[in-house]
Design a protein around this ligand. Structure first.
Ligand code: NAD
Ligand code: ZN
Length: 349
């Protein structure tokens, strides 16, 4: 396979500096790495947080962001045995982990303190050729569309894992907060595929229509118009949702969720708004045995399971396709909460 010497990439020189779309050298894989010709990359709100410097974790200087890259393996390092040139593979948030800490040994690799994060501490997928550790690249069965599968690599895995962490059972009701966004639209689909009933919380008629008529939520609560706590309670017979999955990029829902979570239910925090805190009234939390927890991407098995749901045709969330060169415009739309579903970028343009 012929690999060019140069390629296009989107470079974050530093937080909030104009993003530079320019030619850079194609990287070479190390002994335990693979080089993936990224065909499509999703744009996750995490990429926007990285560029803005929202979190108490520094980005790599001159970072190439992105961590939902689906493409074709074009080169493998000499120690790589199970990934071959020509395979379809995905570069996801967890680019690599140490493999021998107590978390890695327990298959909890997202918790590895030495984890390499694609598009954050190492270069990611806003480029045509990206590097991943062979042990961690997602195995994508041939025949799956690389544009539609790209968002599964972060958004899909993350929401699937969060729904598992909620410990809700089939037939129970899950409130998805931020349901109209990238993670949210996939969360509604995974929740349905897992047998849950869905209350979608977001805002605006486009997202309402998508959640109710395309994704299959049973109720829509508009956070800009409705009293969210009262409405979720009223559509659940006064008891609240069995689980609340918080995907929103704003602090307010993190302050409200415990109030409309059913007794013995779980509030699962996934969204990462800047400088946010979560709070709940202790008295009610204790007497109602509400569980508040965090959930962070998923491990390699969660990734393969999430891809398998997609491969079986159970996950169909809307996405728009743009060009790699349009990243700055996509970030602007995302900042304004104007994207219903996910934006996926074609790296050939
Ligand atoms: P997105 O911008 O596509 O979607 C966010 C949605 O939240 C939008 O539809 C917006 O309208 C909605 N929203 C805003 N305020 C709200 C409110 N008060 N109530 C309900 N909805 C509200 O973002 P995304 O790509 O889906 O990412 C969501 C968050 O998840 C980001 O903070 C991202 O960094 C985080 N994330 C976490 C993990 C993890 O492992 N925990 C993984 C991926 C992304
Ligand atoms: Zn992400």
């Amino acid at each position: 396979m012929s690999i060019p010497a140069e390629q296009y990439a989107q470079i974050f020189k530093s937080n909030n500096a104009p993003i530079e779309y320019k030619k850079v050298p194609v990287p070479k894989p190390g002994p335990d790495e693979v080089l993936v010709n990224v065909k499509y990359t999703g744009v996750c709100h995490t990429d926007l947080h990285a560029w803005k410097g929202d979190w108490p974790l520094a980005i790599k200087p001159n970072l190439i962001g992105g961590h939902e890259g689906a493409g074709v393996v074009v080169a493998v390092g000499e120690l790589v045995e199970d990934v071959k040139v020509g395979d379809h593979a995905g570069i996801k948030w967890l680019n690599g982990s140490c493999g021998h800490c107590e978390f890695c040994m327990a298959s909890d690799e997202p918790l590895c303190e030495k984890a390499l994060l694609s598009g954050y501490t190492v270069d990611g997928t806003f480029q045509q050729y990206a590097i991943g550790k062979a042990a961690h690249v997602a195995r994508i069965p041939k025949g799956l569309p690389l544009d539609a599968v790209a968002p599964i690599l972060c958004a899909g895995v993350t929401v699937y894992k969060a729904l598992k962490e909620s410990q809700a059972h089939a037939g129970q009701t899950v409130a998805i907060v931020g349901a109209g966004g990238g993670l949210g639209s996939l969360a509604v689909q995974y929740a349905k595929a897992m047998g849950f009933r869905v209350i979608a919380v977001d805002s605006g008629s486009e997202k309402q229509d998508m959640c109710l008529n395309t994704l299959g939520a049973e109720e829509f609560v508009d956070f800009a118009k409705d009293d969210v706590v009262a409405k979720v309670k009223s559509v659940t017979g006064g008891l609240g949702a069995h689980a609340v999955i918080l995907l929103a990029v704003s602090e307010k829902p993190f302050q409200q969720a415990a109030e409309y979570c059913r007794s013995r239910g779980s509030v699962v925090c996934v969204g990462l708004p800047a400088n946010a805190r979560i709070s709940a009234e202790v008295f009610s939390l204790v007497l109602r045995m509400v569980n508040i927890k965090g959930s962070y991407v998923g491990n390699r098995l969660d990734t393969q399971e999430a891809i398998d749901f997609f491969a079986r045709g159970l996950i169909k969330a809307p996405f728009k396709v743009g060009k790699l060169s349009e990243l700055t415009q996509v970030f602007k739309l995302m900042e304004e909460n104007k994207i219903a579903g996910r934006y996926v970028l074609d790296t050939s343009k």
